[in-house]
Design a binder for this molecule. Sequence first.
Ligand code: ISE
Length: 343
Amino acid sequence: MTIRIGIIGAGGIGQAHTARLTTVLSGGRVVAVSDLDAERAKALAEPLGATVYAEGAELIVAEEVDAIMVTSSGPAHEESVIAAIEAGKPVFCEKPLAPTAAACLRIMAAEQQAGRQLVQVGFMRRFDDSYRQMKELLDSGEIGQALMVHCAHRNPTVPEIYTADMAINDTAIHEIDTMRWLLEEEFVTARVDRPKKTRNRFPHLQDPLVLILETESGVRVDDEIFVNSQYAYDIRCEAVCESGTVSLTDQHKIARRNGGRNHSALAASHVDRFDGAFTTELQAWIRSVETGKVAGPSSWDGYAAAVVCDAGVKALLGDGGTVMIAMIEKPAFYVDGGPTDDT
Ligand code: ISE
């Protein structure tokens, strides 16, 4: 069975996912594309023989489309995701699920109304081999319970259109989701520390910053966000546990030695650092469409991340104090993948 996929949003990530679906993954085929920019949609669709739809809404209800991939800009996600749910079609939505917790709640309401989970959110780090190995070790209990986690998320540079809140909403959101998944706990407080600013930033940014989160049981997570680090895309994570530690290693691409030196090539962006994770994530989505059971991050996870982001942004823009995080109780619908076709 080949899942016929419609892509809404033909920008960078839409193109990257399409390339994966076309060349690396099995079980899915891109048959339809829609983008506000018709030329961009055409450029993506034509080589694949896919149909271009002027409106995402038309693509969603098209007979030839079995499942939807939403790779448009964050604020446009809600409309497409809800329309896909209403059409009863599975939908993969890039992160963030929606820019506000209120919008995520509307998506969850539509999904519960539909009676089965249909949404997977693009938090790809959950599919990264090294994070998965960390989780396996933590789950085994071999090194005791996690007490603290030190994270760093460094990008070489960001463009001028990157706004102050994006340090949380667009960048730290990855650690927020990954830590919820790794620790299997929700966060209850957020604070932002503001170190000395780099001269290599645009003036509207606080760069670097440290987001400090605390979970229900008291695990402290610190996340250094440094988006003008200049040198590489560097993702770090160390969990300090009761009787040991576990951390990601340096993600070298190659190690070169010459001229009396040891040079290690580091990732330049999330595209190469998380290449394998993106592939595993999308393959898992295709399989889940086949089985009818969402297997990755759900709308609930999209909502939970949005609530923590809202608190993080409030802390960043506030007076340096601690912000309480208030989430709704997790609906039974989202426990263990929720109801399926057969329930
Ligand atoms: C970007 O939007 C991403 O999603 C990347 O994974 C992240 O590392 C980067 O910081 C964000 O700006």
